[in-house]
Design a protein around this ligand. Structure first.
Ligand code: SAM
Length: 436
């Protein structure tokens, strides 16, 4: 908690390391993970309740301990005396006896009500301020609730989505075609995925212990990430001989890993195999990760907006654009509090430039997949609409036609995945063909 607050650490990277280093395993590791991730997700709600119960602003150390205590008292089945006792002990140890007394008083007030009784007190009234009400009740910043509501086109599924964001996601694996198989992952304890022919869900345990994952023949990859890459490979393009593909923003290499395998070995439900993949990323260290993940791809460090390749040479281009990542909040517990809507305009300019460059890179008749791991309209439809509106050489395909195994992707021509509908990240896909 302190590392996340003080040095912007990523909890999902730091915590597994801390657990390993300290030899914390099994149920203790599960408890520590729920404490850290659950507390970070619910910060907005807990801070509002803590403020209501305190007569002064707590120091950062004390505030983090109170947040941990609030999560145990309000959302976990920890007995109240244990939640209060351990939190007070922690404050005494880290800060001192005065602060421990203060923490004890605040926690006792928090413990006096259940979460459903606190929410009407701390959250704005639903009738006056529906977005503010949901923001506090479901632990999301207000601007994100608004963005989700706009992207969903209304309120009907909004609470389902916010709930899904607060739930622990299943670990999804991809068995890279030609290199591993779902059967191999099943033998290691995974369950076949719902949509992607290469997906398997791992109900428990560390994916790193699976041989196929350790050997990069399989990897951890969200199912929607797999499907948007497969959709790009399923669009027919007329070409005799080997196709040339580009993954323009490839780091760290999730989609490139799958594209590389399909390019080489083919996909029984679509592409027959026989393509070469060029994978680029502007950051050298991210390009290196792509290089480690792929087998046959040519990997380059390159800025997609200042291409290192000739225009009009690729048959298929994957543009998995840098974005806010609002579609993957369930994976990164603290991310929702760190993002800031002011960054969207600048990201939007980069997304437009990259999409223009992707369309220039593809040959007439070829196809571009524009993908974001965000459902925010300013990063999805608005970007695609602006860029295609300024060109007369682009035809938008109905992306849903290339994902026949998945329902509920929206009204088209885009495909929008949702955590509450599909159990995946909220990934967006537009498929654009360059006119011949
Ligand atoms: C959403 S991530 C891509 C994730 C990747 N496709 C995967 O599946 O693992 C976006 C990537 O774009 C890269 N990027 C940002 N600006 C870029 C640019 N101008 N040219 C190329 N890559 C860029 C970032 O370094 C980052 O690795």
């Amino acid at each position: 908690m302190r590392a996340v607050d003080e040095r912007d650490a990523y909890a999902n990277l730091l915590l597994p390391r801390l657990l390993r280093e300290r030899g914390i395993k099994g149920r203790d590791a599960a408890l520590a993970t729920e404490l850290a991730y659950g507390t970070l997700r619910g910060l907005g709600t807990y801070d509002a309740i803590i403020e209501m119960c305190s007569d002064r602003t707590p120091d950062p150390d004390v505030r983090d301990a109170l947040r941990l205590g609030a999560h145990q008292l309000l959302r976990m089945r920890v007995p109240p005396h244990a939640a209060v006792g351990t939190t007070v002990d922690l404050v005494r140890l880290r800060v001192g006896p005065g602060a421990a007394k203060f923490a004890n008083a605040v926690l006792r007030k928090i413990a006096s009500r259940a979460l459903e009784d606190w929410l009407p007190i701390v959250a704005p009234d639903a009738a006056d301020d529906p977005v503010g009400h949901l923001a506090v009740s479901y632990g999301h910043p207000r601007w994100i609730v608004s963005a989700f509501r706009d992207a969903l086109g209304g309120d009907d599924e909004l609470t389902d989505l916010l709930d899904a964001d607060n739930a622990r996601p299943l670990v999804t694996l991809v068995a890279r075609p030609g290199r591993s198989s779902v059967k191999e992952l099943e033998d290691a304890g995974a369950i076949p995925g719902r949509y992607s022919p290469y997906a398997a869900y791992l109900p428990e345990g560390d994916p790193g212990r699976i041989d196929a994952v350790a050997g990069t023949r399989a990897a951890v990859q969200d199912e929607a990430s797999q499907l948007v890459a497969l959709a790009l490979t399923r669009v027919p393009v007329q070409r005799e001989g080997e196709e040339l593909w580009l993954d323009m923003c490839a780091g760290p290499g999730g989609k490139a890993g799958l594209l590389d395998a399909v390019a080489t070995h083919g996909d029984p439900s679509g592409f027959p195999g026989g393509a070469r993949l060029v994978a680029a990323d502007v950051q050298y260290h991210r390009a290196r990760l792509v290089w480690q993940t792929t087998r046959h791809a040519s990997v380059v460090t390159a800025d997609g907006t200042e291409p290192a390749w000739r225009p009009g040479v690729f048959d298929r281009v994957m543009l998995d654009a840098p974005c806010t990542g609002l579609g993957a909040l369930r994976r990164r517990p603290e991310a929702r509090w760190r993002r800031d809507p002011s960054g969207i305009a600048e990201l939007g300019r980069l997304q437009r430039r990259l999409l223009g460059a992707a369309l220039d890179a593809v040959r007439p008749g070829g196809v571009v997949a524009y993908v974001t791991c965000s459902p925010h309209l300013a990063e999805t439809r608005v970007v695609v609409g602006d860029v295609t509106g300024r060109r007369d050489d682009v035809e938008q395909l109905d992306a849903r036609d290339y994902l026949p195994e998945v329902d509920g992707l929206g009204d088209g021509p885009y495909a929008q995945f949702w955590p509450h509908r599909h159990g995946t990240d909220a990934m967006f896909l537009a498929l654009l063909r360059r006119r011949s």
